[in-house]
Design a protein around this ligand. Structure first.
Ligand code: NOJ
Length: 705
């Protein structure tokens, strides 16, 4: 697959030639994206009439929670009709939500972000893409790169956390993975959808241009630079401006300023929903507003197909805007090879499924985060101990897959209890005789160590799955309490999607492994970490609060006038009288089975590059992989800046006793930030660089720039 910039002159000419030949109706057909629905004959007729440019392979607005098949055979017939019987003969672009895997399911994106491992993320996406291509899918609606500071928002699981730099790196890795394997990616949701007030999905957002440009926009800018072929507009309004109808955002910012050359698809029915939003009087007006704003393809609302013919004829929508939208769609079809059909595109073979289990295991292990490990209870010994296995998630399969698993199968998912027993066959495992709390307590009494598998149901996470409270369900906490009364050696393994409130879990457990919804091989990865076959190395890509009342709480908050910055240690003023101010676990946090010592950081400047370096030594007894993070604090400036901002990170592998120098080369331009009007501001003065294994690191070094 090519990027638009890599298309040949012949391919550009082919698109122009098509444009000159196509009738108005054929052009409008290219901008229409109905969904796969049950009336097959009706869909066949639409395709035959040239009214389907793309199909979204979903049956309902909540695609993430359905598991209906993508109908390969039926779609091949539709494709045949498009090529052989529709007026223009242009093939249909099939789009489906291949979000974190296809048949092999990788960890939810938030867990992938905890790995900080861009290579692995790229590999997983490319594997997912190959599996999807074998199902004749050309386009995935991923990655979602909405910065999220609110774990109540169900869709926090689908993004890369709270930091623009980490999210940009992850987004680019996924895009490369998808697109190099051959399917078009989609940067979504443009823009600031993650700022939904109160964590209520589809809700209104209040975001200043300053925050928009410095927090929500960077992953999209990075995606455009990486050549992402499509972008999805978001459902929300920003301070009163409905994004789907915003020419300023879609054309001005995305297409003109960032230089995006692919096409913009609306979100599901979002063009029609402009009416409910109060941004359009009727469907005709909605179509006009959306296409004139910069939406190129209408996902399922039918507003374009129904109203563009009259709107173009009466001049409300110009022919040049229509041609621009169609050109963008055809260029993407050209890039994915669809315009070469049926001659040149040979469907790829489905990869052998077993091959991907190892990658699924590696991806899962790499994102799991060790939150607590008192008295080095972990890793567990593999001999001579009695281990009780308890908890609701011991035999859970479907929830391991997380939300947005359209093609993964629960029966493929490894079972945690079995994985524990297989990983350490010489141990004595004790299970509760029945599902009752008494039986669990009985098992715990007999054991040296108790493993309690807890978590969140997949169906409580994802699209339209907000949660006002962030505690584990009562029965799970009750079980933990009951077990704690008889045995203090508790290891809690948490299979959840979003960050939860872990105060109580942490108090009741000696060790806590945050295992997440980590896909097909989540269970073997968790078991391997517990027994030390894999070392935990994940670091949080989002802050875990102590109390839902602290939300929003995030590491890159702006500096306040009074000293209230309790995120980073004790400040003069306390924010809450009824709760600790600090987060439960900060951004960048994650324990390991080994320890590190950081030397004194050094800094120098060569031309326009600042080089910050530090020696890091593995002071423990095990090999480890440390994610070394470099944050910057700013001098006095025109606008108030974040207290700290992640600039770069490196993953370093160290043997016991080994020391390595880690270097960060930061361009002075990378320290600039955006004013609300988009101008770059370079502040002069004293910059502080913080280097360590977590956002709250205390070692720093200063330079005058
Ligand atoms: C609505 C979601 O917001 C979007 O992310 C998804 O890609 C579409 N539905 C299609 O399923």
């Amino acid at each position: 697959m090519k990027l638009i910039k890599d298309l040949s002159q012949r391919e550009f000419d082919r698109v122009e030639e098509l444009l000159t030949k196509m009738t108005l109706d054929e052009k409008i057909g290219q901008l229409n994206q109905p969904n796969l629905f049950d009336d097959k004959a009706a869909l066949g007729d639409l395709v035959r009439e040239g009214k389907v440019g793309s199909l979204v392979l979903a049956y309902s607005a909540l695609a993430g929670t359905e598991s209906r098949k993508s109908q390969l055979g039926f779609r091949q017939e539709l494709q045949r009709i498009a090529i052989e019987e529709s007026p223009s003969g242009i093939p249909i672009l099939f789009g489906r939500d291949v979000i974190h895997g296809h048949r092999t399911v990788f960890p939810i994106p938030l867990m992938q972000a905890h790995s900080w491992n861009v290579d692995l993320v790229e590999k997983a996406s490319s594997t997912a893409a190959k599996e999807a291509i074998a199902d004749d899918i050309h386009w995935t609606f991923a990655p979602m790169m909405d910065i999220a500071r609110d774990p109540r928002w169900g869709r926090i699981i689908e993004g890369f956390g709270e930091d623009p730099h980490l999210a940009s790196e992850m987004a680019v890795a996924m895009i490369k993975g998808f697109q190099s394997a051959g399917i078009a990616a989609c940067a979504k949701h443009f823009v600031a959808y993650g700022a939904s007030e109160g964590g209520r999905d589809y809700n209104t957002t209040e975001v200043s241009d300053y925050t928009l440009r410095n927090i929500y926009l960077p992953p999209f800018a990075a995606s455009v630079r990486a050549g992402v072929l499509t972008v999805m507009a978001s459902f929300n309004d920003i301070s009163g401006e409905a994004v789907t109808g915003s020419r300023r955002l879609l054309t001005g910012l995305l297409k003109e300023e960032l230089g995006f050359e692919g096409f913009v698809v609306s979100d599901w029915d979002a063009v029609g929903q402009l009416i409910r939003q109060g941004a359009a009087a009727d469907r005709r007006a909605a179509a006009a507003i959306a296409i004139n704003a910069g939406i190129d393809m209408d996902m399922v609302s039918n507003c374009f197909i129904d109203h563009l013919p009259e709107l173009v004829k009466d001049g409300t929508v110009s022919e040049s805007r229509l041609n621009d939208a169609v050109r963008r769609v055809l260029l993407v079809k050209s890039a994915v090879g669809l315009l070469d059909l049926p001659d040149n595109r040979t469907p790829m073979q489905a990869p052998v499924y077993e091959l991907n289990v190892q990658l699924a295991h590696d991806a899962a292990a790499s994102g799991m985060v060790l939150l607590k490990n008192e008295f080095e209870l972990l890793p567990l010994p593999v001999q001579e101990k009695k281990i009780a296995l308890l908890g609701q998630f011991l035999n859970e399969q479907r929830s391991m897959l997380g939300s947005w698993t359209l093609d993964g199968r629960a029966e493929d998912v490894q079972v945690f209890e079995e994985c524990m027993k297989q990983t350490a066959p010489e141990l004595i495992f004790i299970n509760a005789a029945s599902g009752s709390a008494d039986a669990a307590v009985e098992a715990a009494i007999q054991a040296d160590v108790v493993i309690v598998a807890l978590g969140e149901d997949w169906n409580n996470t994802g699209e339209a799955r907000g949660h006002a409270g962030l505690l584990l369900p009562d029965e799970q906490l009750d079980l933990l309490c009951a077990v704690n009364n008889v045995n203090k050696n508790i290891v809690s393994v948490i299979f959840s999607g979003r960050p939860l409130i872990f105060d109580e879990v942490s108090q009741l457990s000696k060790a806590v492994l945050y295992a997440g919804h980590s896909g097909t091989a989540a269970a073997s990865a968790a078991a391997s970490i517990l027994f030390g076959l894999n070392d935990p190395c994940g670091k949080l890509s989002v802050t875990f609060p102590r109390n839902a009342g602290q939300i929003p709480i995030y590491y890159n908050q702006r500096s306040a006038g009074r000293d209230i910055d309790n995120y980073y240690g004790k400040a003069v003023f306390k924010n809450y009288q009824d709760c600790e101010d600090s987060p439960m676990y900060p951004f960048g946090y994650g324990l390991q089975y080994t320890t590190y010592e950081y030397g004194k950081p050094e800094i120098n400047k060569v031309d326009n590059t600042i080089c910050v370096s530090v020696d890091i030594t593995n002071t423990g007894k095990r090999t480890g992989i440390e994610t070394v993070q470099c944050y910057a604090s700013y001098p006095a400036s025109e606008f108030v800046r974040p207290i700290r901002e992640l600039k770069q990170f490196h993953r370093v592998s160290l043997n016991p006793g080994e020391t390595k120098k880690v270097e960060f080369n930061i361009e002075i331009n990378d320290l600039a930030y955006f004013a609300p009007d988009g101008k770059l501001i370079h502040s002069k003065g004293k910059y502080v660089f913080w280097i360590g294994g977590c956002s709250t690191v205390t070692e720093s070094v200063t330079i005058d720039i």
